[in-house]
Design a protein. Structure first.
Length: 151
């Protein structure tokens, strides 16, 4: 297991659980809303908002945290993350917020303490970009956007 150091933001409700895995096989740890007024926020259809978690995290070098939608919220309510997966870099130490969007047909209420997203810890590989005169050939070539068929 990779240790992720966590601190609470000033004014955060410390009774809201830290990120946690719901099952032994879960890849993502649930993140919860930690609203400053301990109340709720209403997202109208099509609206988006930054939902605070009340946390700051320290990710070890060589790793990132990906913020992803919760499948149940997406299926049942149309609630998703417009920048999914969001990336938290290892050198970021600011407040951890989640950009949530209501793509559903009805207003959606985010309540203090609700599970709003999941975070996945992943290794990061860095690349060195090399300018060349041409690229190697492949059978696919430059075909894209459905060029490989509907299978």
């Amino acid at each position: 297991m990779i240790p992720i150091r966590v601190v609470h933001d000033e004014g955060a409700d410390r009774s809201v659980p830290l990120p946690s895995y719901a099952t032994a096989g879960a890849a993502g740890a649930d993140l919860r809303a930690n609203l400053p007024d301990r109340g709720e926020m209403v997202l109208a259809p099509g609206a988006r908002a930054l939902v605070p978690t009340g946390l700051r995290i320290e990710i070890p070098d060589g790793y990132e945290v990906q913020i992803r939608p919760r499948s149940g919220l997406a299926l049942k309510h149309g609630v998703t993350l417009p920048n999914a997966p969001g990336t938290i870099d290892s050198d970021y130490r600011g407040p951890l917020g989640v950009i949530v969007m209501n793509a559903g047909q009805e207003p959606f209420v985010v309540r203090h303490g609700d599970r709003i997203a999941q975070m996945v810890v992943a290794p990061v590989l860095r690349a060195r970009f090399v300018l060349v005169d041409e690229l190697g050939a492949t059978a696919r070539g430059s075909g894209g956007f459905g060029s490989t068929g509907q299978d």
